[in-house]
Design a protein around this ligand. Structure first.
Ligand SMILES: [Zn+2]
Length: 221
């Protein structure tokens, strides 16, 4: 079944998505321009680079991907629309190159997510996909909204921190792909500057060499 654009009263077919919302070509362009303008106005600020570079990077990558698909689609946009799509693509790519993002490390760590939303609290056990110094990318089967607050508990050492949902990508049957950012713990994973993960005393005592299971990856994803 084809999904419709999620903008109220729009009946166009959805062909792209921003922050997990399905959008038609027209609304993809208007939403993209709004977000690009917002990022462009703040990208020079230190605070933006520290706190929002991950979410912005994620948006810009999705935006470039969707814009490229639209530009290449058979029988699709008018020349004017194609020009706007290419403009979005170039602008997103330029902003993306100006983001200063820390290294990402692929690592699977079991965590418990706990939500205390008034409509119904829940807990879910999941695994990280990528770690960064201030957050993580992981899958979640529950519905989430950007900015929602969660408690994240590490199942290997019991450490917990409050986190904020920084971005959401919808992934179908396997649930959402989500980026979280820690609010109360500056180095939740115990990442050291060389990209390794510090072990808990228990792990160190048992002689596991978990440290060598993780490899640093400074590539952007
Ligand atoms: Zn629409």
């Amino acid at each position: 079944m084809q999904e419709h654009c999620s903008v109220p009263e729009c009946t166009e077919e959805g062909i792209a998505s921003i922050d997990g919302r399905v959008l038609c070509r027209t609304h993809f362009l208007t939403s993209s321009y709004q977000r690009l303008e917002a990022i462009s106005g703040q990208i020079h600020r230190q605070e933006f680079q520290e706190r929002q570079a991950d979410a912005a990077g994620r948006f810009l990558e999705g935006c470039m991907h969707d814009a490229a698909d639209i530009a290449c689609a058979v029988g699709a946009p008018s020349n004017l629309e194609r020009a706007r799509v290419l403009d979005v693509l170039l602008w997103a790519s330029e902003l993306h190159s100006r983001l200063r993002r820390g290294p990402r490390m692929p690592a699977r760590i079991s965590v418990l997510l706990r939500s205390g939303v008034p409509e119904g609290s829940w807990e879910e056990q999941t695994e990280t996909q990528l770690l960064s110094r201030h957050g993580a990318q992981l899958r979640c089967r529950h519905e989430l909204r950007v900015d929602e607050r969660l408690t994240c508990v590490r199942l290997d050492n019991g450490r917990q921190a409050e986190a904020r949902v920084a971005w959401i990508a919808r992934k179908g049957a396997e649930g959402l792909e989500v980026g979280i950012e820690f609010l109360t713990d500056k180095n939740f994973w115990g990442l050291s500057l060389d990209g390794s993960i510090s072990l808990t005393d228990r792990e160190r005592g048992s002689g596991n060499s978990a440290r060598s299971n993780f490899s640093a990856d400074s590539g952007e994803l």
